[in-house]
Write a new protein. Structure first.
Lengths: 392, 392
């Protein structure tokens, strides 16, 4: 089938309907992905009517196989060849099993006796610590960066304990913006934080003020997936109630957690809905292998029974892994790039421009500032130069 | 298998070995994709030695299926959902069958009696004309833009007849650079020319000076695929000889035509090599359907026989379509983005910076220039602001 439609409107540049979710951006963030939906919508209409603007011709038939249906395969191959990179941030009080969960999630001893989790190494104040690992599975290469925040929420006074976290996220956006603005763009490593797993204490009482505060300050910077840690301390009924309380509080405080998008396939949507309904994921992690019914599985052995990690009747670990790794890893990267990063970039450039206008700073001073960023002939643009525009 | 390697070096950001081909860039083009190969190489070594810099640990085993091997499938789906866009330029004297070939290539009457090829509509001077069509095949949507250059080489004096073509290509790069530099980047349509099919007259004598001149001026701006038009005027022996002459002249004049990259699969490489060896593709196009042996095929019927378009013993059309559409469309886009566009951007920004330095122009004047580019609150950065850096 060949169809003529208005070419200026015939592509969906990156985002889909669900981003209506991001409608409530703060007024400073001008970037509104929902405008794209309108374009899509118009395009659909044109297709139906068969009266596009460009050609004025009705759809025509292709009388054979041209072969561009193979394009997605070309994209597939190239992506395998290039490899993938993903940065996962874990935030939550120490002792909630963050390191163990990461080990369980990627079936690797990222943290071990030789190299224990950050909380065993770093103390007192909130720090940000990154660990990188190159994983390979079925010919697909993934450079995984885990960003941990030891010390988060552990102090008596936890005011501003989200600051190092927001600083880290912003600094990675800034790095990327600088890389993107260079004249000579040889490498563009993407170290932006693509997802933040936020661990909630299994108290049964709801969110703490710190939880609310943290998520509110981070939700328009990063994709937040809330989790209930050490879920084996709650009975199924308690867990259900606790989840309901948490979701209510999240809605009440207008916190925007990462919304798993619907996919086009009806069947798969049904499957995914079941997993999606388990948010916030109540998980149990384990580094220990236990023999259960002849099979060796990751589990926690108690005198009253064995909690199997990969058992959906025991906890939501499988749901988390499926949604996070198997079906939505790429979407998390896309939303980071198309929504959070674009917002950061917009605010950064717009605010610099406004400041410059207000202060009317002399350009000579600013040149000194930018000169420091020069490195062996490589120059940075955009951010600093906007100052000149309004500054002079 | 889990392997620890130096994370800063573990990804191939976009380009592969064959880009050694682009080594001979003119001195102004600083962008050298081959530097990436060195990084890759170092990484390979590290993997072999098992002594990476980051962790100091030997590779470890994954004890199960994590699921990120599904990442390429996520990319695949997203690409289908978004749709594709491709811009194909055809250049060559009128009457060489460019419009017919485009019709044949995409099995569509892009040009017809109602809307004839550009040479029937536009006369005398070289103009650039674009036609867009939305094609759909097996659920994959392709917005195809065909850029034609009626009048090319048709005049008595053809000096500078490549100018409108280079201007067009540059203007699309500039558009993209501007879109990329906006503060509010809502849409980023890609109208850059991804491939130029250059039609050589089937003279049997080799390239004309205009052919050489054109390709030399365009080869570092766009992917050129040379073709011999109307190949049914040559016997197989004549065709072989003609191709040899052309390739020799191309080498002699150091013209860099698009190099079809090797793929990882040995079997497929062998298959592709056979097709690749047919460059420059000697093709025959046809809008006429002829019945041959009970089958209806696109062909040209002569009193002495029928030339079948899709018969590799008659001409190279199938080789062209396979290489262009089925296997390398995405790579053509990638090379355009990673090599040609990056070169354009580098030269643009670097030259603006240098000019600014030499002239030491006052900033007030420049502000007037940039102000014209402002459109409903959207601001352009990078290019113009670099002037301020050196100008003050």
């Amino acid at each position: 089938m060949l169809q003529f439609v208005s070419p200026s409107k015939c592509l969906d540049f990156g985002l889909s309907k669900r981003e209506a979710f991001f409608k409530n951006e703060p007024p400073t963030a001008k970037f509104d992905p929902t405008t794209r939906d309108k374009l899509d919508h118009k395009m659909d209409k044109e297709k139906e009517n068969g009266h596009p603007e460009t050609s004025g011709k009705a759809p025509k038939e292709l009388d054979g196989y041209v072969g561009f249906a193979n394009l997605p395969n070309q994209v597939y191959r190239k992506s395998v060849k290039r490899g993938f990179e993903f940065t996962l941030m874990v935030v939550g009080q120490s002792g909630l099993g963050k390191s163990t969960l990461i080990n369980t999630l990627f079936l690797t001893d990222l943290y071990s006796a030789d190299y224990p989790g950050p909380s065993y190494r770093i103390k007192k104040t909130v720090q940000v610590e990154t660990t990188q690992v190159l994983l390979k599975e079925g010919g697909v290469q993934l450079r995984l960066t885990v960003v941990d925040t030891p010390g988060f929420g552990d102090a008596v006074d936890n005011s501003n304990c989200w600051q190092p976290v927001t600083d880290y996220i912003d600094s990675k956006y800034e790095e990327y913006l600088n890389a993107e603005s260079r004249v000579n763009r040889k490498t563009m490593p993407d170290n932006r934080v693509h997802c933040c797993l936020y661990f909630i204490t299994p108290s049964g009482h709801g969110l703490k003020p710190l939880d609310v505060e943290f998520m509110k300050r981070l939700h328009d910077k990063v994709n937040i997936i809330p989790m209930i840690a050490k879920a084996d301390t709650m009975t199924p009924d308690e867990c259900r109630e606790f989840k309901k309380t948490i979701l209510n509080e999240i809605a009440q405080h207008k916190i925007k957690i990462y919304e798993f998008p619907e996919c086009d396939d009806e069947e798969e949507n049904k499957l995914q809905k079941k997993l999606k309904d388990r948010v916030p994921f109540a998980v149990v992690g384990s580094n220990t292998l236990v023999s259960v019914g002849g099979k060796t599985v990751r589990a926690r052995q108690y005198p009253w029974g064995i909690v199997e990690v990969e058992n959906l009747e025991h906890n939501d670990f499988l749901a988390l892994r499926n949604m996070l790794v198997r079906t939505h890893l790429h979407d998390l990267k896309d939303v980071t790039n198309n929504v959070h990063y674009e917002n950061y970039r917009y605010n950064k450039l717009a605010s610099v421009a406004t400041k410059g206008k207000e202060k009317a700073v002399g350009s000579k001073e600013l040149n000194l500032e930018t000169a420091e960023d020069e490195d062996s002939g490589e120059k940075y643009y955009s951010v600093f130069f906007s100052l000149h525009k309004y500054g002079i």
